[in-house]
Design a protein around this ligand. Structure first.
Ligand SMILES: Cc1cc2nc3c(=O)[nH]c(=O)nc-3n(C[C@H](O)[C@H](O)[C@H](O)COP(=O)(O)OP(=O)(O)OC[C@H]3O[C@@H](n4cnc5c(N)ncnc54)[C@H](O)[C@@H]3O)c2cc1C
Length: 328
């Protein structure tokens, strides 16, 4: 499911207009929070541990940008509809993309800059060395930390990454034998477990079905659930859905779950707690030929798709400037 940061901001209005708005942190009534949107917008963590920067940034954007309340879904699955066109473009421009070849090691020159990237699958013991003018890590922060060369670890920018940690989140796909909603929009629930969901049979072309709903839901905060069995997670989800759709899950003719898929991400976006802004790195690092990108790097859109895209643009700009300086 893909929707946008603007929509998250929409929900801050519900929050701000609720009785809980502007109460000091310790006076929040956890049970009466407008839980849905806040939690999803809150990057999958509870409101009372969330950095205020998240609220203020999203709200500011919603108020100031013309298309602030728009929502969009991809019309199909990300690998085909998002990634493949990018791969095609790179190849058309003379580049290449190596799939199933994760970065294994960053090999260094004597001066500490990058000599090459060693990539390859677990089946390839020796891997393949890739040389370039500039090297970029677009990996999630938790994975990058496992590959960070020891020689760089004490540098301030990399040392601070220790404080950025991904939060667990679960994504659930449910196929039903009938329509549960007719709403062509993202939906926010007051359930303490389900923050945000959509009926993909209506919102997404690839899953279009006039007769049966396909719900995609974000299950968060997922800290206490990530280690549990799929069946337990589905049971808990169905109990919540029974409250959200009593007309379909009570009486004699109840909606039936045809199939399901549970996708667990133990470390997703960085935990947006107070103080974490100071830990987010610039795209340019002190290593002359090494750059960072990804939603966790410093850019104005927090941990979101927009943030990831913007970080990529900033990274490209910084490589260009560095290369121009280098060749001058
Ligand atoms: C369930 C869920 C729902 C979300 N919903 C929304 C939403 O509605 N709106 C929104 O704006 N954001 C949403 N987000 C957040 C959004 O997905 C992220 O902010 C965004 O994907 C971050 O992009 P990224 O490029 O920084 O990192 P990622 O998308 O995590 O990409 C990092 C890539 O690095 C690859 N990788 C890992 N290890 C290696 C390695 N060793 N070598 C090479 N490559 C490697 C991974 O396979 C991955 O493709 C959601 C996140 C989750 C988990």
């Amino acid at each position: 499911m893909i929707f946008s940061l603007e929509l998250m901001a929409d929900n801050f209005f519900h929050f701000l207009s609720s009785d809980n708005a502007w109460k000091p942190r310790e006076t929040f009534d956890k049970n009466s929070l407008p839980s849905c949107s806040i939690r999803s917008s809150c990057l999958f963590i509870l409101l009372f541990i969330l950095s205020s920067t998240v609220l203020l940034t999203a709200l500011n954007r919603f108020l100031q940008e013309k298309n602030g309340s728009k929502m969009a879904f991809l019309d199909g699955a990300p690998p085909e509809r998002l990634c493949q066109p990018i791969v095609d473009h790179i190849r058309a421009m003379g580049g290449d993309v190596f799939l199933n070849s994760p970065l294994k090691k960053i090999n260094l020159k004597e001066d500490g800059s990058v000599e090459n990237f060693l990539i390859g699958s677990a089946k390839e013991p020796h891997g393949k060395e890739i040389e370039a003018d500039a090297y970029v890590s677009a990996m999630p922060v938790d994975i990058f930390k496992t590959i960070l060369p020891n020689e760089w670890a004490s540098q301030d920018i990399f040392r601070k990454l220790e404080g950025l940690k991904g939060v667990p989140v679960i994504n659930i796909h449910l196929w039903f034998d009938r329509k549960l909603t007719n709403i062509d929009h993202l939906l926010f629930s007051r359930s303490p477990l389900l923050s945000v969901y959509a009926d993909m049979s209506i919102t997404c072309k690839e899953y279009e079905d006039p007769n049966r709903s396909m719900l995609e839901l974000v299950f968060a905060p997922a800290k206490d659930w990530i280690g549990r069995k799929d069946e337990e997670i589905i049971d808990a989800t169905m109990q919540e859905l029974t409250k959200l759709f009593p007309m379909h899950f009570s009486g004699e003719d109840q909606a039936k779950l045809r199939k399901y898929k549970v996708i667990k991400t133990p470390k997703s976006v960085y935990k947006a707690v107070p103080g974490c802004q100071d830990l987010r790195p610039d795209q340019k690092t002190p290593i002359s030929n090494f750059f960072l990108t990804g939603d966790y790097t410093m850019q104005k859109y927090l941990a979101s798709m927009e943030g990831a895209v913007l970080s990529g643009k900033l990274c490209a700009e910084k490589i260009q400037i560095s290369t121009e300086i280098g060749s001058a």
